[in-house]
Structures are given as structure tokens and as C-alpha cells.
Design a protein around this ligand. Structure first.
Ligand code: 13P
Length: 229
């Protein structure tokens, strides 16, 4: 299983350092085959040693240059960052990232060999129209994406399940992941209100290769409870 923690706009450099210390202590009991990723805010990016991978939640598709407020390859290389989240619904919605821009970003980081966790997910009104509508919607989020790229994973995160406490049901996750597996031969993570109470049932679904966790990853103890469940 893959366990990825997305801090979003939480934690500081100093609290991330403490978190990593606690995480490292707990990860001594991790199963060898499990993989852990942490996505801190950009200001807390640094060299951290441990049995996990540090990635960034975002970067601009540029080596370096004039893009006020963004970071590019030059800033990531300083810390040897080679893993990135692309397509998160919060960026698509709050920052108006279009499919065209998201796919441009995907291709830019693909060409530089980055490991990409590519996020997709439908809004509630689409889920309410049924599974067929969901898959049609999700397919559009692969426009311009090279699904044959060997260094990427998909994170299926239904928007209505993010930060709401209401995870998708086992049946919804199973059906959607199975449909996605017919289209894409890559690991698929589930994200959306993953927590201690549902990690056992979610991780036991065959087509779930891992989880992308927001809220329950913010505290090292609660994230470790998921990783070591
Ligand atoms: P929550 O776990 O807080 O629902 O967030 C999920 C998410 O968006 C991870 O990227």
C-alpha cells in the first residue's frame, strides 16, 4: 500500500521538522512493502532523511523565470524533489486550473522524469447522476495526459468526499477504481476523508493501491495509525 499525506496549507517549517521526527520514529514498524509520501507546504520543503518520499503539492511548468509567486524546476532541484501532485481538485476549482493547463504541467514534469500523482475526481452533482456519468466525467480529466507514462499514479478523490468526513462507500470506490483500472494500467490511490475508522475497509479493496490523505495526515500520530493499521 501507498500512504500519501497532503498537508495542503497546513504546517510550518518548524512543525514539519517535528512531524518528520515523530514519523521516522513510528515508521520503524512499517511493513517493508508499504511506501509513504509526504507533501508539505513549499516553505517547509527541505532535505529530510527517512523511510519516505517528500514531494510538492504544486510547481509551475518552467525551469526558472518570471512567474511571480510560483516555483519551478530550479527551486525543486535544490532539494532533490522529484515527486509532484498534479490536478488536485482544489487547484482545479479554487485556482481555475483548466484541463489544458493541468495536462501541460503533466507533460512538462513527465519530460523531466518526475513521479507524478495525478488527481482526478467528480463533483457531487455528477456522482448523483450515477456511475456511468462519473466515469465519463473522469475520462475527460485524462485528456492530454499520457497514461502510458511509467512514473505516475492516479489519485481518485471525489470532490464531495474531500474534507467532509464523508468518504465514498466501499461499493463506490470499488466500482470506480475497477472502471479506472480498465482504462489505466497504473496504481490508483483513493482520497477523500480517509481516517482511522475507514482505513481497514478502504485498504482491503483489491483495486485500491494506496490512499491520499489530507486531514488525517496532519498529525503524525493519526497518520501513523493509518500507515500501521
Ligand atoms: P481529506 O483527507 O481531508 O478529505 O483530503 C483529501 C485530499 O484532498 C488529499 O489530497
Amino acid at each position: 500500500m501507498i500512504y500519501a499525506g497532503n498537508f495542503k496549507t497546513n504546517h510550518t517549517r518548524s512543525s514539519t521538522i517535528d512531524y518528520i521526527k515523530e514519523l521516522n520514529f513510528g515508521l520503524k514498524d512499517k511493513k517493508a512493502e508499504d511506501k509513504v509520501y509526504i507533501f508539505p507546504p513549499l516553505t517547509a520543503i527541505d532535505f529530510y532523511r527517512g523511510n519516505f518520499t517528500i514531494g510538492v503539492q504544486n510547481a509551475y511548468p518552467i525551469e526558472s523565470g518570471a512567474v511571480t509567486g510560483e516555483v519551478g524546476i530550479e527551486q525543486l532541484e535544490e532539494f532533490n524533489i522529484k515527486t509532484i501532485l498534479i490536478g488536485h481538485s482544489e487547484r482545479r476549482e479554487l485556482l481555475n486550473e483548466t484541463q489544458e493547463f493541468v495536462s501541460k504541467k503533466f507533460n512538462f514534469f513527465k519530460e523531466r522524469g518526475f513521479e507524478i500523482i495525478y488527481c482526478i475526481g467528480e463533483p457531487l452533482e455528477v456522482r448523483e447522476r450515477g456511475e456511468k456519468a462519473v466515469i465519463e466525467y473522469l475520462k475527460e480529466q485524462f485528456i492530454g495526459i499520457d497514461i502510458d507514462y511509467s512514473n505516475f499514479m492516479v489519485a481518485y478523490e471525489p470532490i464531495w468526499a474531500i474534507g467532509t468526513g464523508r468518504s465514498a462507500t466501499v461499493e463506490e470506490i470499488t466500482t470506480t477504481h475497477n472502471e479506472l483500472k480498465k482504462l489505466i494500467n497504473r496504481p490508483i490511490l483513493y482520497g477523500g476523508s480517509v481516517k482511522k475508522a475507514n482505513i481497514a475497509e478502504i485498504s482491503s479493496i483489491d483495486s485500491v493501491d494506496g490512499v491520499l490523505v489530507g486531514g488525517a495526515s496532519l498529525n503524525s500520530d493519526s497518520f501513523l495509525e493509518l500507515v500501521l493499521h
